[in-house]
Design a binder for this molecule. Structure first.
Ligand SMILES: Cc1cc2nc3c(=O)[nH]c(=O)nc-3n(C[C@H](O)[C@H](O)[C@H](O)COP(=O)(O)O)c2cc1C
Length: 352
């Protein structure tokens, strides 16, 4: 057993978090993680409110273990989603992109543990001052939206800067990584790409095979998907997004915006209100707001529809070190076993 501030705070058996990943971390993956003793997080930012409620109930049917839900705090219906999380007894709230002070306060008042994710020290300091219970710190090697500072530098920097538990993300996949994170002063690790590549992940087999074939050099950080830095697998589509002119990029984004509107059932009025909130919360330009709908649509094309040619595949650099598809149970057991062995090896070094 390795008990840390993370296991104390969340009630999870092990200090291992499966992060929210749009179209990947549904009820099945989150429940399998939590059942295996980790903390599973349902990625609800790409779900409608009803889908989110359904996913929460499904996790509860599959396991009694604690789990979390990842929402976007700048979504027009964020307050309704928070109500549902509180009513359904969700243990942990996580946020895709920037969190919101009032939402953190409401969740905390209701006893929900709030754990925003950040990619920069000043954001960690900000959410700590807002009363967040813990923070996931993602280094630049991590998948999806990511910053420029690698985990080995960002993690100790943030640990020194805040008094709340820090969970390390970006590049983790095994027991040695867990011990290294603990050595830096983290309370646990959070992983996206590693959990995407499990047998419990709903991603199509052919898409998983594409990931498994990649090396550590096969990811790229692009701002051409949604205007902010996003680590994805290199592909022809990403190269064409990179080389397309601004106008073509905006045209593609507005087509995806219209598709996203249909899929999410939002009215144009709601979409525009949401755009205004995003602009304010994330300090985006209108062009970036327009592009934001690209992420869910392009992620869905690859993750749900299996169209690796038409979609983007968010991924951490760690993809290059992964060559199997264990179940969440096998993965978490292996991580905890290897972490214990690593701790023994280190203790023996010290004795000598
Ligand atoms: C396919 C994919 C989708 C993601 N979607 C989201 C998301 O919807 N919300 C979020 O907060 N983070 C998202 N992320 C980021 C992950 O939650 C996590 O922070 C990151 O994968 C950690 O780095 P790693 O991939 O090296 O483990 C996504 C990452 C991937 C790989």
């Amino acid at each position: 057993m390795i008990r840390t501030a993370l296991t104390e705070l969340t009630g999870a058996r092990y200090p291992v978090v499966q992060t929210g990943m749009g179209y990947v971390a549904g009820a099945r993956l989150a429940a399998a993680t939590s059942k295996a003793g980790g903390l599973g997080i349902v990625a609800a930012s790409t779900m409608s409110v009803e889908q989110m409620r359904g996913a929460i109930r499904e996790v509860k049917e599959r396991t009694d273990a604690p789990f979390g839900v990842n929402i976007r705090s700048d979504a027009a219906d964020a307050a309704d989603r928070v109500d549902i999380m509180i009513k359904e007894g969700v243990r942990v709230a996580s946020f895709a992109l920037a969190p919101d002070r009032e939402l953190i306060a409401r969740l905390k008042d209701a006893g929900v543990v709030t754990i925003p994710s950040v990619g920069a020290r000043r954001h960690a300091e900000k959410v700590a001052s807002w009363g967040a219970d813990a923070v996931v710190v993602q280094g630049g090697e991590g998948g999806g939206h990511t910053g420029p500072v690698p985990t080995t530098l960002l993690l100790p920097d943030v640990v020194a800067a805040v008094d709340i538990p820090v969970i390390a993300a970006g590049g983790f996949f095994d027991g040695r990584g867990l011990v290294a994170a603990l050595a830096y002063g983290a309370a646990g690790i959070a992983m996206g790409t590693r959990f995407l590549l499990t047998s419990d992940s709903p991603v199509a087999e052919e898409v998983k095979r594409v990931y498994l074939g990649k090396s550590v050099r096969d990811t790229v950080v692009t701002t051409k998907v949604d205007g902010v830095p996003h680590r994805v697998l290199s592909s022809e589509l990403v190269s064409s997004l990179e080389s397309a002119g601004r106008l073509r990029g905006l045209l593609r984004a507005s087509r995806n915006g219209a598709r996203f509107k249909r899929l999410s059932g939002l009215s144009w009025g709601e979409m525009i209100r949401e755009g205004r909130r995003m602009r304010r919360a994330r300090e985006l330009t209108w062009a970036q707001v327009l592009m934001a709908a690209n992420t869910p649509m392009l992620l869905k094309a690859a993750m749900v529809d299996g169209r690796t040619d038409l979609g983007v595949m968010a991924s951490g650099q760690v993809v290059g070190l992964l060559d199997d598809l264990p179940s969440c149970e096998e993965l978490i057991t292996r991580i905890m076993r290897d972490a214990a062995a690593t701790l023994d090896t280190l203790a023996a070094l010290h004795d000598d």
